[in-house]
Design a protein. Structure first.
Length: 283
């Protein structure tokens, strides 16, 4: 008979493997497991409907995970922080702490781009794309208490556990476009409302599949090796080598953080790199 020890060790081995290279699933499969509130260009408003799934052990469905938000090769990416999450070495946090320690205002300002930030990740069903099965929604913690979680919690307080498979509620997310002072458009979650109580799915087989799906957020969000983080901390651009199936570092990189661009490369880009500034892609 299987026991908890075997289950925990199997889970750990699986996660260690996926952390090394992020190859647990294909790019297409990964994108289907990612829920985004990003509105396409030309669209000023929209609406999404989701159902947050309950956790097997009754714990909070909102998992706290720390990421760095930095530009790599001109693209915004979110890099898993091994320091805050796992108590391991974090090259980007080292740069942050070193800059903060100088006492110089210019260094403190520069340090902000290396600071790890807390995000929440929640497992859900995207009602507009139910055929994709379970998905994950990642969003920032907001110290002003004006973030997405701050819009969801009042519903929880007023209506109880919205994740209940039989009497839970769908959340209705109203989206609008806004602009920065420089004119860059980005998507804002304006409000989050709730629907009447309803069963997760009228189809018992579908509900069983959703409830028993063991995919976790770490299967979806790529976790880069420490060598990758070190290269970014040095201001370099790690390059994905399609033949070696790994990142390469060194002379064929481009300095992008804390310095001017020095060289360019024609190597194939990492297939998990982001393509839109201000879009919250899962990489």
């Amino acid at each position: 008979m299987a026991n908890a020890l075997d289950a925990v060790l199997a889970q750990y081995d699986k996660n260690v493997t996926s952390r090394g290279n992020g190859d647990g699933m294909t790019q297409e499969e990964r994108l289907k497991k990612y829920f985004t509130t990003y509105l396409p260009k030309g669209t000023k408003s929209g609406q999404s409907r989701v159902r947050i799934l309950p956790t097997p052990d009754g714990s909070s469905p909102f998992k706290e995970v720390w990421f760095h938000e930095v530009q790599v090769d001109g693209r915004w990416v979110k890099l898993y922080d091994p320091g805050k999450n796992d108590g391991e070495r974090s090259p980007l946090t080292e740069v942050y702490e070193e800059l903060m320690s100088t006492g110089k205002e210019a260094d403190k300002k520069l340090a902000m781009q290396y600071r790890p930030r807390k995000f929440y990740i929640v497992k859900l069903i995207d009602r507009n794309n139910k055929e994709d099965g379970i998905k994950f929604w990642r969003f920032k913690d907001n110290y002003k208490q004006e973030g997405i979680l701050d819009k969801i919690i009042p519903i929880w307080r007023a209506k109880g556990d919205v994740t209940d498979s039989n009497e839970g509620r769908d959340l209705i997310i109203e989206l609008v476009k806004s602009k920065t002072n420089s004119g860059i458009e980005y998507t804002v979650v304006q409000t989050i409302m709730y629907d009447d109580p309803m069963v997760l799915s009228e189809d018992k087989g579908t509900m069983k599949d959703w409830m028993e799906d063991e995919t976790t957020w770490s299967d979806v969000y790529a976790q880069r090796p420490v060598e990758y983080l070190e290269a970014v901390a040095r201001g370099e651009t790690p390059v994905w080598d399609s033949e070696l199936k790994k990142f390469v570092y060194g002379d064929n990189t481009t300095e992008t953080i804390g310095g001017e661009n020095k060289t360019t490369t024609t190597e194939e880009k990492d297939p998990q790199s982001t393509t839109e500034v201000d879009s919250d892609l899962p990489f």
